[in-house]
Design a protein around this ligand. Sequence first.
Ligand code: NAD
Length: 337
Amino acid sequence: MKVAVFSTRSYDRKFLDRANIAANSPHDLEYFETKLNEKTAPLANGFPCVCIFVNDTADAATLKSLAEQGTKLIALRCAGYNMVDLEAAEELGLKIVRVPAYSPYAVAEHAVGLILMLNRRLNKAYNRVRDDNFTLDGLLGFDLHERTIGVIGTGKIGTIFAQIMNGFGCHLLGYDVHPNDEFSGISGAKYVDLPELLAKSDIISLHCPLVSSTYHLINRDTIEQMKPGVMLINTSRGQLVDTRAVIDGIKTGKIGYVGLDVYEEEDDLFFEDYSNNIIQDDTFQLLQSFQNVVITAHQAFFTQDALTAISQTTIANISSWEQGNELSHEVKVPVAQ
Ligand code: NAD
């Protein structure tokens, strides 16, 4: 089957080609470096399947255009599906499939990496030694042992993150709308309500999805409830955080450290090379000017293991649809509670 694969880089092609060749009946994959949006949708004319990633746009207008051109299946190469207008897809008869889990370890481990970098100022220390400066002023950290970690969203990634932090000897507080036994089974872990988590945590790490109820979950009000000097880690989705409120929290000293793998307005920045351009996003530039902020460009998922799993599941999802099998990874409009 012909598949138009958007937002592809060399690494996507390498892993998708490998998984496709290994499939029983390989698909005809055509790679586009550009993102999918209403303007680029005509590139997929005549492709029954369109394959997209986190910063592609599958809003109502784009989906309508794709459906009119003959697309029937949208295969997401990711777990999150906040970029898809599910109601519009349902109305247009488009099926949506995703990769619900690939390597939760990749994202959880990256969150821990951000914590270690921020706490022990590893980014500064590395540059200092390269500069033949062996002083320690400004590099003072704290022991993670006995510190309290707040985990917002204790699903696959949040629970693995909690297990790793348990290994550091941390106390763990979890908040989730659907608590699970795996998290509460970790020694030293307990569920609390959001205000208690905010008030008691030395480090808060976000692992919940972006849905309407979690948009700007971290805002002026929730920041106000946090411990002074708190460390905030977001490897989930940028829009969970009101960036302007976080900047103000950093400026007053309420927030002591920020580690981000995602950013509210990342769509026009991340996965692109701006090293010879002027970045127009003042908020992003201000944010990254602070010494106690570390930003990575949505790379938490980026391990060999995760790319292998993403590619294999994506090809399997497409094959299932082509063969008329049940779609085990279909995303549907949530049923109203
Ligand atoms: P998951 O579905 O296993 O877990 C999400 C958890 O969040 C669930 O337990 C759910 O009940 C909980 N949740 C939902 N709404 C909530 C709310 N309002 N408040 C608190 N908790 C809530 O998902 P996962 O595989 O652990 O992934 C978590 C998120 O990580 C994804 O949604 C995605 O946004 C992000 N992610 C980021 C990257 C990256 O590269 N940075 C890669 C993969 C996933």
